[in-house]
Design a protein around this ligand. Structure first.
Ligand SMILES: C[S@@+](CC[C@H](N)C(=O)[O-])C[C@H]1O[C@@H](n2cnc3c(N)ncnc32)[C@H](O)[C@@H]1O
Length: 217
């Protein structure tokens, strides 16, 4: 695995995010995009679902609206409070993926998009926690960053920003991630790379998506 360092201040980013963007919309209009497309492919209406690190709430809001049994945790208290204030149907709490206040084997499916790769020396601990709370035979969907051209461009463009470089995320090849997840007893039964949205030279998002499963069912 390689570490990606960028001139990026995570704390400042999320503070600005909450000030400027507020919570996410309550549903996806286009169901063919990351991460709702993969989610709807693998989550069934009868499943008990957990979302870890829901951020602005785009996934948990959509699934709640359509009657799925989903709970969510998020580290950022402001995110939890804001979401609760706009939608009191949401089953959400402020908690840490590294030490979740849930019993073992509680969920059929755990969702975790854009979280574990940014945890620096706690990535493994987060994966063990996801595995602990998911039933045997359950499904864990995780998105991670790929070490690809998009990330190299992001690193290159970061040189033009102000500030100090700091750890942004772990990245690896698809094979590298699969081997890493195997060490936790998680076997990939599907994966998809997503790279999209180069709007202009400094305003872009790249998404790399691989999903890994506790056990195929
Ligand atoms: C890149 S955002 C992704 C948000 C959301 N999953 C999505 O796809 O829209 C990462 C989120 O993980 C949350 N997070 C980071 N560390 C966490 C932790 N230790 N426990 C729970 N959530 C955490 C952050 O607060 C942030 O909301």
């Amino acid at each position: 695995m390689k570490s990606l360092y960028l001139k990026y201040n995570r704390v400042a980013f999320w503070k600005k995010y909450w000030e400027e963007f507020d919570v996410d919309y309550e549903e996806f209009i286009d169901l063919n995009v990351y991460p709702i497309e993969r989610t709807l492919k693998y989550v069934r209406k009868t499943d008990k679902v957990l979302e870890c690190g829901f951020g602005g709430g785009r996934i948990i809001r959509h699934l709640t609206k359509y009657g799925y049994d989903i709970e969510g945790i998020e580290h950022e208290r402001g995110a939890v409070e804001k979401l609760k204030s706009v939608d009191d149907r949401l089953k959400i709490t402020c908690d840490d993926i590294l030490n979740m206040d849930f019993a073992d084997n509680r969920y059929d499916v755990a969702l975790c998009f854009g979280v574990i790769g940014g945890l620096y020396d706690n990535t493994a601990r987060a994966i063990w926690e996801l595995k602990r709370v998911t039933k045997n035979g359950g499904t864990i969907l995780i998105s991670v960053m790929l070490d690809n051209l998009a990330r190299k461009m992001q690193k290159h463009l970061s040189h033009f920003s102000d500030g100090e470089e700091e750890f942004y995320a772990w990245m690896d090849s698809k094979k590298g991630w699969e081997n890493y997840f195997k060490t936790f007893g998680l076997y990939a039964i599907g994966s998809q790379e997503v790279v999209r949205g180069l709007k202009n030279s400094l305003d872009f998002q790249f998404y790399d998506f691989c999903q890994f499963f506790k056990n195929a069912r």
